[in-house]
Design a protein around this ligand. Structure first.
Ligand code: NDP
Length: 448
């Protein structure tokens, strides 16, 4: 054990020395390395083959200039990225994020998470992530289109239906995917499944929009069942008001839970009567406005500036669905004090490492992002399948498949917990189950 702990420690020190400024990437490496020691013990060949060193080094990173012209005729320049992290089990797959905070550290963290998540899905997809520091907020449709066209004018040469298949993420929804796809097709002349999350009239899959949020609830149902909790009438706190949050709220409500919050990066809404989802969709999906507008219509609801306060609302189940590091130790303490029983992550790494440790110490059931939010990428892979066979499946077919995948991810995760002596630690289980699959594929493919 000591030998493998030392190996993991050495790998982490190497990452910290090589990229001292990449804190998010270091955090994800630390989280994974801490939990896979039993797997390393069972596979001494991984150390001999420097498998960890290879795992944490991207196969390729592309960084490029994105010039575009705004509505005033002024030239703007953003930075674009694609991190092709690991293709051991399939073409690189992972979203594009457009947000001012985007940098290489965040994308390497997300791409690394994506490797394990995609492995857990059971589908043949590798790990990647990309994006830009471009902020679509407040931009006109024409500006977003010109940006997307410029972004794709470089990206197209690095991707392809069997090479790398990007999708959406924060700031990249159906509108952006449409513009990106149009430009890819225009440059290459290919009508192929090179992006997922496409519109339904040009190769998109039914249930892709709902997939991450619905999948989160399918996973959470497994956690609740094993904890002997019925979701009906339970109070749920959700953060975010984007794609993941909206469809998590929708499925939670369909299952009979009472969701009392949602938020955006300005503040959060608390509605004691339960969130009016049609209104949230209208504000965020149709009008692209701020969530504070919610209280204009619902007089009993409250709007609070700042998003952290959402974790002070008492609940049985908490579903962070906004962004990384949104739930810190203070928030975890507040949730535990107010009696939270289950926390499942819809966003990528929303809980800080000390918040997770606090949940686990206080016996709160914790569903980690790479398992709990794998529904989005899973249905993206189903979209790739439909594009390859040039067929479209019904909503029910895709939704049933999604449910089976999420149930299976939960089973694989808990099985790994049992096998490697980490009972109840779903984070360790997800890391180990995902890692073994990728590591074995890397081992079989030689030193590449
Ligand atoms: P959206 O852009 O649709 O929504 C993001 C939401 O989070 C918005 O409400 C946004 O508010 C809020 N938000 C963004 N940045 C911050 C911040 N710094 N602080 C507080 N709130 C913030 O993105 P998605 O719903 O697609 O993604 C949400 C999370 O889920 C991300 O972590 C993403 O990586 C993850 N995810 C998404 C998948 C998908 O299929 N879409 C799949 C798997 C994971 P505002 O409107 O003010 O910006």
């Amino acid at each position: 054990m000591a030998d493998m702990k030392a190996y993991a420690k050495k790998v982490l020190a190497g990452i910290e020395a090589k990229d001292p400024d990449q804190k998010e990437f270091q955090n994800t490496a630390k989280e994974i390395l801490q939990s896979i020691i039993p797997v390393l013990e069972a596979h001494p060949e991984y150390k001999e083959e420097k498998l960890l060193e290879r795992f944490f080094e991207p196969e390729r990173v592309v960084m490029f200039r994105v010039p575009w012209v705004d509505d005033k005729g002024e030239l703007q320049v953003n930075r674009g990225f694609r991190v092709q992290m690991n293709s051991a089990i399939g073409p690189y797959k992972g979203g594009l994020r457009f947000h001012p905070s985007v940098n290489l550290s965040i994308l390497k963290f997300l791409a690394t998470e994506q490797i394990l998540k995609n492995a857990l899905s059971g589908l043949p997809i590798g790990g990647g992530k990309g994006g830009s520091d471009f902020d679509p907020k407040g931009k006109s449709d024409n500006e977003v289109m010109r940006f997307c066209q410029s972004f794709m004018t470089e990206l197209y040469r690095h991707i392809g239906a069997d090479i790398d298949v990007p999708a959406g993420d924060i700031g990249v929804g159906g509108r952006e995917i449409g513009y990106l796809y149009g430009q890819y097709k225009r440059i290459t002349g290919l009508y192929e499944g090179v992006l997922t999350g496409k519109g339904l009239t040009f190769g998109g899959s039914l249930a892709r929009t709902e997939a991450t949020g619905y999948g989160l609830l399918y996973f959470t149902s497994n956690v609740l069942r094993d904890a002997g909790i019925d979701i009906k009438d339970k109070t749920v706190v959700v953060s975010g008001a984007g794609n993941v949050a909206i469809y998590a709220i929708e499925k939670a409500q369909q299952m009979g839970a009472k969701v009392v919050t949602c938020s955006d990066s300005s503040g959060y809404v608390y509605d004691p009567d339960g969130i009016d989802l049609a209104l949230v969709k209208d504000i965020k999906e149709v009008r692209r406005a701020r969530i504070k507008e919610y209280v204009k219509k619902h007089k009993k609801a409250e709007y609070h500036e700042g998003c952290k306060g959402v974790w002070n609302v008492p609940c049985d189940i908490a579903l962070p669905c906004a962004t990384q590091n949104e739930l810190d130790l203070d928030a975890a303490k507040e949730l535990v004090k107010n009696g939270v029983k289950v926390v499942c992550e819809g966003a990528n790494m929303p809980s800080t490492l000390d918040a997770i440790a606090y949940f686990q110490k206080h016996k709160v059931k914790f569903g980690p992002a790479k398992a709990a939010n794998a529904g989005g990428v899973s249905v993206s892979a189903l979209e790739m399948s439909q594009n390859s066979e040039r067929l479209s499946w019904t909503f029910e077919e895709v939704d049933n498949y999604l449910k089976r995948i999420m149930d299976d991810i939960y089973k694989k995760t808990t099985a790994a917990c049992e096998e490697y002596g980490a009972k109840g630690d779903l984070l360790a289980g997800a890391n180990m189950a995902g890692f073994v699959k990728v590591a074995n594929a890397m081992h079989a493919q030689g030193w590449v």
